[in-house]
Design a protein around this ligand. Structure first.
Ligand code: GAL
Length: 424
């Protein structure tokens, strides 16, 4: 946690004792609203989604300064953000989420959005799970833009049909289907060999092979017994199998290029969050016809990832006006529909009409409600909801080291316990 401590200390010093600036509702603009927006949405579907926000902002007279940092999963952007804050030059709006929002708020870096939240009744339209992510000390310090689900299989039905298979509903079926595909010379699993992607697959295996209670104990509670258990050894056994289902060119591949392999029928399946659906949508492909979405095998689990924009304390009326306008636009019902149709996610607001959303989105909406009611709604570790910073880094380092070596499951499990202990 050393880096986080340095960041907090320096950020506090740089930002001084600045109390959270109240980002007021977009009153009649005294200044032309302006916003520099730091994000990492650069793939096909992502870019269309962020373009929708840019256009809505400009339509209201806003000047948008785009600050994209390519790199799925956001680790590259996080480094840029830290550098910008430490240089005393934070962007006005930044796509961050989960514990990172809490850490930046604790460092006094974020403005509070209560005025716009009250004007738009956020307490009424946001699920409690989402409120807990974007509030710090009871104040709204970020505006949520969506709910992504992580535990999805994206499958090409024509490729599966070549071996007479359907989308697997258990991990045993997954392995049987993958072995049949491999025997037929077909790539079972399209995968990008980047640490955050390895961690994405890992957490769906923890959820399904370990079970939901195990996921809670190991990845959320950081229970050392669970982390070092035989169940974790079994999870790494399955990860070893998954390694055998990817093609030789997987190292370093971007996630959306893996999605394209499924689209083109070069591979049968991808395990990825539903930002992958944004790629299918951008290619004009239909769920249920051109591709199939199915939750990865688990007992009613749902791995939640939610993107938000946090408004950093910046000076200048134009910037403060821009932040208020962005916050107002992002949670507007029309924008919530437009953005999430492009992004592959579902609205953060619960009152957006479902009419335009496809079967995959409807499944996500329904599954999220039943998971919340059944206590099986889990925050994603790989995507910085359940964990962030050094602890998430410790998980990812061990998982990717295991995936890219012949490390045994027992050794990986032992390394995981040691690394998490060190990171706490
Ligand atoms: C996630 C993010 C998604 C998507 C994905 C791939 O962490 O929440 O919105 O961008 O990374 O980059």
């Amino acid at each position: 946690m050393i880096w986080e401590d340095i960041m907090k200390t320096v950020a506090k010093a740089l930002l001084g004792a600045v109390s959270m600036l109240a980002v007021t509702v977009a009153a009649p603009a005294m200044a032309e609203p302006k916003a520099e927006v730091l994000h990492y949405w650069t793939s096909g579907g992502e870019a269309k989604a962020v373009q929708a926000l840019q256009e809505a902002f400009k339509a209201r007279g806003g000047t948008w300064v785009d600050a994209p940092v390519a790199g799925g999963g956001g680790d590259a952007q996080a480094a840029v953000l830290r550098a910008r804050v430490l240089a005393g030059d934070p962007p006005a709006a930044v796509q961050i989420k989960g514990p990172n929002i809490q850490e930046w708020a604790e460092a006094g870096a974020l403005g509070d959005l209560n005025a716009v939240a009250e004007a738009q009744n956020w307490d009424k339209v946001l699920p409690e799970t989402i409120q807990n992510i974007v509030k710090y000390d009871g104040q709204y310090v970020a505006v949520p833009v969506n709910v992504h689900r992580v535990d999805w299989i994206w499958a090409n039905p024509e490729v599966l049909a070549k071996v007479g298979a359907d989308v697997p509903t258990t991990w045993d079926e997954f392995n049987e289907t993958a072995e049949k595909l491999k025997a037929a010379g077909i790539i079972p699993l399209a995968h990008g060999g980047q640490p955050w992607q390895d961690a994405t697959v890992f957490e769906t295996v923890v959820l399904g092979v370990g079970g939901i209670d195990f996921y809670q104990k190991a990845l959320v509670d950081l229970d050392m017994e669970a982390l070092g258990s035989d169940t974790m050894v079994k999870v790494f056994d399955q990860m070893r199998k998954m390694r055998g289902y990817v093609d030789p060119d997987f190292p370093g591949r971007d996630w959306n290029l893996a999605t394209a392999m499924v689209m083109r029928g070069e591979a049968a399946m991808q395990i990825m969050g539903d930002w992958a659906k944004g790629e299918f949508a951008a290619a004009g492909l239909e769920p249920g016809k051109d591709y199939i979405c199915a939750s990865t095998p688990s007992d009613g689990g749902y791995l939640l990832n939610s993107d938000s924009f946090a408004m950093f304390n910046v000076s200048g009326d134009d910037n403060v006006e821009g932040q208020a306008l962005l916050a107002e636009l992002i949670l507007g019902t029309d924008f919530q529909e437009t953005f999430n149709l492009y992004k592959g996610s579902i609205p953060a607001r619960t009152d957006v009409p479902r009419g335009e959303f496809d079967a995959c989105a409807i499944k996500s909406m329904d599954d999220m409600v039943s998971a919340a009611e059944g206590g099986t709604l889990m925050g994603s570790m790989a995507h910085e909801i359940a964990q962030a910073g050094a602890i998430r880094g410790a998980f990812i380092d061990v998982v990717t080291a295991h995936f890219n070596s012949d490390m045994s499951s027992t050794e990986a499990t032992e390394k995981l316990v040691k690394s998490i202990k060190l990171a706490m």
